[in-house]
Design a protein around this ligand. Structure first.
Ligand SMILES: [Zn+2]
Length: 309
């Protein structure tokens, strides 16, 4: 259970100390040159409040925000800490509209905060999935409406079929993490790349009988398939139910909470759902702490948010 009356969600000093403890468990280090020993806390005076440090080596001043996704934001840290907690704890996510009302910031600010927090949730350097004796399930799904095309004399019409929908491949290690990828196509070549960049080949791969898993599947320790067209969903421990459960949560979130999202943002939403799924064994406070650990080293500027992920 979360105690929302905890001062870290209301008191700027307490929020800063909370972040400092998470980011600097061994004491503050300089975000510019990386040293520990030459860093000194500066006394609060005048316009410079508490929380400033000085590095004797490079002679720069900094706070705990510098070098994080919160840098150059005017939003108080306690609102960041609360927003990060809410997004980490809500199973299907939280809309920028709701955050805007709960935090008392503008919608635009709330929207941008959400994207920065998703960035913090992204594991840029993950360990490979699977291993000897482990099962990884892989499956794909389609998101959103098909594209429209302009037809002379008719106007904009929706193109037919799933070919023009957004495509997502998700890998779930049974009992472990999930990792999702927005892809442009579902050719063997694309599937192969996703599988081999993320799963060790000692693993057992479980998929449905889709053609595009057949060739890459041969290179794993074992490749087991369930035959959905024959209404087979599990045969012994062979199943893709885990990854389909993940898609269920993702789709409910995208429909119920986020309503729609531009193609260029889809990967960020996937990162958010991957993060919550992969840390589902933690309680809400612990999961929020994991997200707060992720705020360093991936500062996101406004411009970058609007580019493709
Ligand atoms: Zn320095």
């Amino acid at each position: 259970m979360t105690n929302l009356s905890d001062p870290i969600y209301h008191d700027e000093e307490k929020a800063r100390e909370h972040l400092e403890n998470i980011r600097w468990p061994d004491g503050p280090y300089c975000p510019f040159c990386g040293v520990f020993d030459s860093v000194k806390a500066l006394p609060a005076k005048g316009s410079m409040g508490p929380g400033w440090y000085h590095c004797k080596d490079c002679r720069k001043k900094f706070t705990v925000r510098v070098g994080t996704v919160y840098e150059r934001s005017k939003v108080p840290l306690h609102k960041w800490v609360l927003a990060t907690h809410l997004l980490s704890a809500s199973k299907k996510g939280m809309s920028a509209h709701q955050l805007h009302r709960m935090l008392g910031v503008t919608y635009k600010t709330a929207w941008f905060m959400c994207h920065r927090i998703r960035e913090a949730m992204f594991d840029a350097d993950p360990d490979p999935m699977g291993g000897k004796g482990k099962v990884v399930e892989a499956d794909e799904t389609f998101i959103g409406k098909p594209d429209s095309e302009f037809v002379n004399g008719v106007g904009w019409v929706q193109m037919r079929g799933v070919a023009t929908k957004r495509k997502v491949i998700t890998l779930v290690e049974r009992g472990g993490r999930a990792r999702s990828f927005k892809v442009n196509d579902l050719t063997s070549k694309t599937i192969r790349k996703v599988l081999f960049e993320n799963i060790v080949t000692d693993s057992d791969l479980h998929t449905d009988q889709a053609q595009h898993y057949k060739r890459p599947g041969k290179e794993f320790n074992a490749h087991e398939t369930v035959n959905h067209s024959e209404n087979e969903y599990a045969r012994g421990d062979v199943t893709t139910n885990t990854v389909e459960g993940f898609f269920g949560i993702f789709k409910r979130g995208m429909r119920g909470v986020y309503h729609h999202c531009g193609e260029q943002h889809l990967q960020r939403y996937l990162n958010e759902f991957d993060f919550r799924y992969s840390n589902r064994h933690l309680n809400d406070d612990e999961r929020a702490k994991e997200a707060l650990k992720g705020i360093t080293g991936k500062r996101l500027t406004y411009r970058r948010t609007n580019e493709a992920a």
